[in-house]
Design a protein around this ligand. Structure first.
Ligand SMILES: Cc1cc2nc3c(=O)[nH]c(=O)nc-3n(C[C@H](O)[C@H](O)[C@H](O)COP(=O)(O)OP(=O)(O)OC[C@H]3O[C@@H](n4cnc5c(N)ncnc54)[C@H](O)[C@@H]3O)c2cc1C
Length: 409
């Protein structure tokens, strides 16, 4: 049985993009890199693509636009595919991971990296600063912020969206809204990942499918138990803080890992489930930030490369520089193992790059690099002896233009 990609990365924020790039690139000469697929529900860049996110030191600043274009530029150059969709479930089937989307697609892979951040995003980014605000900057500031918001008359209402931890500020908001200085507007609380116990006249449980409005936010489409509902508003406060306490990714991890919660990982970003790694804000412990997301993404990408290499070749790859192997080097040392006759070459590079690398010679090899044909069947179809075909394929692999998928039962 074939599969779609060696590695599926769920979430296209800084952690997910970096992990996908690392596993696909590895940045060393002798490597058989991974095919990777990113699945993202909203815009690439995740929260780091929102206005207001910078990579900063006290005295320097890399603005969001630079971060975004650097991350997405590499994805494009490396020809890493991105599927637009929301992952709803991840399950194991034999040696494969199965990743289900809300749109009904099922993708299969040898490994999965959860890089889902603190929440599944929709189109918040388009309305951030245009009627959609977030809680941030400290608790004292938050009270000040709420006072200012509730002093305005909201028509038809203000909607406050958060995780189940939104309950921490609901009494305060109700109180400030009633007090002198509060405008007493209608306020509706929407709890993503809430339960039936949350239902009160001003509280509903549901998932925001998307925000709506011309130029400024004017409402949202909510997915509730009973179906979808359009709710209009004058403004939205996204209680960002609540998701930082309980992430809400809408993924059913049928793997024995927590679903809407932080995922425990070891120092190499591996979870307790073989073939499942996690990186970025969704991992347990630490301080959420761009730099942590990127460094964990790098670690997850390299670890998954090691894991996938082991699944393919039955041995660990040596990772010189990142983590040297402790052994006596011999003059005839060969870094890459033999390519088995049953391995399935799979194109990673752009067709023109592959054709250029094949010149001069058997240019039509390109027709077979689909992860379905084995080295043996390609050799038979092209009437090339296997050793010379393998030599050609290894040149492409070393240029990171192809990888080899394996047969999985
Ligand atoms: C306004 C703002 C300002 C910030 N400023 C800074 C700053 O100045 N410096 C700093 O270091 N950090 C800042 N941060 C935090 C920083 O942006 C995050 O820590 C970082 O983006 C985390 O990266 P990540 O990849 O782990 O998660 P995210 O960036 O959250 O990306 C996760 C991605 O996964 C996707 N996803 C989740 N669930 C699913 C699913 N089920 N299916 C498909 N896709 C899914 C989401 O849609 C999202 O795009 C800021 C954040 C915000 C919102």
């Amino acid at each position: 049985m074939g599969y779609d990609a060696d590695v599926i990365v769920i979430g296209g924020g800084p952690a997910g993009i970096t992990a996908a790039i690392r596993a696909r690139w590895v940045k060393r000469y002798k490597a058989v890199v991974c095919s990777t697929l990113i699945i993202e529900n909203a815009a690439l860049g995740g929260l780091a693509a929102w206005q207001g996110c910078h990579f900063t030191g006290p005295g320097w600043k890399i603005p969001r636009t630079d971060i975004e274009s650097l991350l997405t530029g590499d994805l494009k150059d490396l020809h890493i595919p991105v599927h637009a969709g929301r992952v709803v479930r991840v399950a194991t089937q034999g040696a494969l991971k199965r990743v289900y989307t809300a749109g009904g697609k099922v993708f299969t892979s040898l490994a999965v990296i959860m890089a889902t951040g603190i929440k599944v995003l929709t189109n918040e980014k388009s309305y951030y600063g245009k009627g959609l605000e977030i809680t941030s900057m400290g608790y004292e500031y938050m009270v000040e912020h709420l006072r200012a918001l509730l002093a305005k008359k909201w028509n038809p209402r203000l909607i406050v969206v958060g995780s189940p931890k939104l309950h921490n500020i609901i009494p305060l908001i109700r109180d400030l809204n009633r007090k002198p200085g509060g405008a007493g507007s209608d306020v509706l609380f929407v709890i993503e990942g809430g339960s039936a116990n949350d239902a009160e006249p001003d509280i509903i449980s549901g998932w925001v499918e998307r925000y709506i409005g011309k130029d400024v936010v004017q409402g949202m489409i909510l997915q509730m138990g009973t179906g979808q509902k359009e709710i209009l508003c004058g403004g939205v406060l996204l209680d960002f803080n609540s998701y930082e306490m309980v992430p809400q990714t809408r993924v059913d991890l049928a793997l024995g890992l927590p679903g809407n919660d932080f995922i425990p990982v070891d120092a190499n970003m591996r979870t307790s489930v073989p073939g499942v790694l996690a990186a970025g804000d969704v991992t347990a412990g630490g301080y959420n930030s761009f730099s942590r997301a990127v460094s964990q993404g790098i670690a997850a990408g390299l670890s998954v490369y090691e894991d996938v290499f082991f699944m393919k070749f039955g041995q660990k790859p040596p990772l010189f520089a990142y983590r040297p192997s402790d052994f006596q080097l011999h003059a005839d040392y060969q870094e890459l193992p033999d390519i088995g006759d049953h391995m399935r070459p799979y194109a990673l590079g752009k067709p023109d790059e592959i054709l250029k690398a094949l010149q001069p010679g058997n240019m039509n090899v390109i027709d077979y690099l689909n992860g379905q044909e084995t080295v043996e069947t390609i050799g038979q179809a092209m009437k090339i002896p296997l050793p010379s075909l393998k030599e050609k394929l290894l040149v492409l692999a070393e240029k990171k233009l192809i990888t080899f998928h394996i047969e999985v039962s």
